[in-house]
Design a protein around this ligand. Structure first.
Ligand code: MLT
Length: 307
């Protein structure tokens, strides 16, 4: 019967190309990380891995699409910390991150940077804090919509300073970065996978990193904590498949992910962008589910809808 067919499909998986859905624009940080691991995952799977950008509503359009896909392992979702903030930020989120998906494994945890257009007036993080407190009304803060990592970081920054800036949403921080470099917006908090090259090229101004310690890729950029700002966040990413995907298929994907994360090119390219693959024991469904549960609880206590 059907069960037998499913077992056979699971045993033979993958028999055709696998798509990874990225919830934000091409060229942005989530896309960059996904494309880095896609090729070594394809080698491990023996099939092509296609990357598909499904933009909109801070990553939740892609979340819905992936939740509704067939649980056959051919549609995989790459998502990040937004998977854990969306249940708090959206009262009518059309999927439940914990019950509508199987976790495949964590991928990376990316530091964020507070950056501005290169001619923005404040020079240091201390200057920026004063400037934002005095000029909040006139500052435009770019983000990738409600549910994006950039939006979360912006919330934490505004809450820490007790200010409200003008938020300007994009479909991803890829296009937001283009506008920041062009001077159309003032400020953004975004992942090092999208900002390291622009910071080092002087195309944007960097004030702080959001990690407890400075990072090797940007040694001259202080931590937010050094300037007395209580702001710490990093952007964990993981791979998901729809709920009820056969365990055998999930295991095949987890093993392909683990191979990709030990690939030297992946390690080197991530390092150049301020990040690293997670440890191998984190690239598992168990570790990923634990992280997702903890983070849903954490953010439910720290952020609220409409903010
Ligand atoms: C992106 O890929 O554009 C980002 O991850 C958006 C964000 O979450 O800030």
């Amino acid at each position: 019967g059907d069960g037998g067919g499913d077992d056979e499909a699971a045993a033979n998986y993958p028999e055709e190309s696998v798509s990874i859905i990225v919830p934000f624009s091409a060229g942005g940080p989530t896309d960059t990380v996904t494309r880095l691991i896609a090729e070594p995952m394809a080698e491990a799977l023996g099939q092509q891995v296609l990357v598909e950008n499904v933009e909109g509503a801070g990553g939740t359009v892609a979340g819905s699409e992936a939740a509704d896909a067939d649980p056959d392992g051919y549609t995989v979702l790459m998502h990040h910390i937004g998977m854990s903030t969306a249940p708090t930020l959206y009262e009518d989120l059309p999927y439940d991150p914990l019950t509508d998906f199987e976790t495949v494994g964590l991928v990376t945890e990316v530091p964020m940077t507070i950056i501005a257009r290169s001619d923005f007036e404040p020079e240091t993080m201390e200057d920026l804090i004063t400037y934002l407190q005095e000029n909040a009304d006139s500052v435009n803060l770019a983000n990738a919509g409600v549910g994006a990592a950039s939006q979360l970081c912006g919330l934490l920054l505004q809450d820490a300073l007790g200010v409200e800036l003008n938020e300007v949403p994009y479909d991803g921080t890829g296009p937001a970065m283009t506008e920041l470099v062009g001077g159309q917006v003032d400020l953004m908090c975004d992942q090092t996978t999208n900002t390291t090259n622009q910071i080092n090229a002087g195309e944007v101004k960097a004030y702080a990193v959001t990690t407890p310690d400075r990072i090797d890729a940007l040694p001259d950029v202080p931590t937010a904590i050094e300037s007395g700002l209580d702001l710490e966040v990093s952007v964990w990413h993981g791979l998901y498949v729809p709920a009820e995907t056969p365990e055998e298929i999930v295991t095949t994907l987890t093993e392909a992910l683990q191979e990709a994360l030990t690939n030297q090119t992946v390690i080197d390219e991530m390092a150049a962008l301020g990040t690293a693959p997670v440890a191998e024991d984190q690239a598992t469904p168990e570790a990923h589910t634990t992280k997702l549960e903890e983070q849903i609880d954490l953010w439910a206590g720290l952020i609220s809808p409409g903010r």
